[in-house]
Design a binder for this molecule. Structure first.
Ligand code: ZN
Length: 171
């Protein structure tokens, strides 16, 4: 297992639409394990393939109250009303915004072992899955908020990103 590097917004392949897996084999399981490890190391609650440089339809989620799960080729059906909640993202660390999301979702996906899954989720778990699912469409959470707040947050992010990159350069 390995801790993978997190891709910072807007680097590739974060803004691309991720490809579905055409077969689910041991490579998918290995990737899922590395993604779990990475999510844990960064204390995240979710992580999508494009965030670790893999433009494939895979997400890992760990809502504190439920078991960690990995979803391959997920499909979401949004239900319930829209509720607002604060979100952050490992690809834009230190940037937070209040984002409207469906309160309940129906999820269809494969496990990394190729087992078909179908379940419903609500509240925080539903929010995390929707946030990660957006990454597979090449979208970030700031695209879900009003344009004035978005531009302010993106400006904030530009400064933070500069700081992060100069810290990396200095080692
Ligand atoms: Zn994110």
């Amino acid at each position: 297992m390995a801790i993978l590097d997190i891709v910072l917004y807007p680097d590739d392949p974060l803004t691309n639409v991720a490809e579905p897996f055409e077969r689910i084999d041991s490579e998918v399981m290995d990737l899922a394990q590395d993604m779990f490890e990475t999510m844990k190391a960064y204390e995240g609650v979710g992580l999508a393939g494009p965030q670790v440089g893999v433009s494939k339809q895979i997400i890992v989620v760990h809502e504190p109250e439920s078991k960690p799960m990995c979803l391959v080729n997920p499909v979401l059906i949004l239900q319930g009303e829209r509720i607002e909640g604060e979100e952050g993202c490992l690809s834009l660390p230190h940037v937070y915004a209040v984002v409207p999301r469906a309160s309940r979702i129906k999820v269809r996906a494969y496990s990394p072992r190729g087992k078909k899954m179908e379940f419903e989720a609500e509240d925080f778990l539903a929010r995390i899955i929707q946030h990660e699912y957006d990454h597979l469409q090449g979208m970030i959470f700031l695209e879900r908020i009003d344009i004035i707040t978005r531009e302010k947050k993106l400006q904030e992010w530009q400064e933070i990103r500069k700081r992060i990159l100069s810290e990396i350069q200095q080692g």
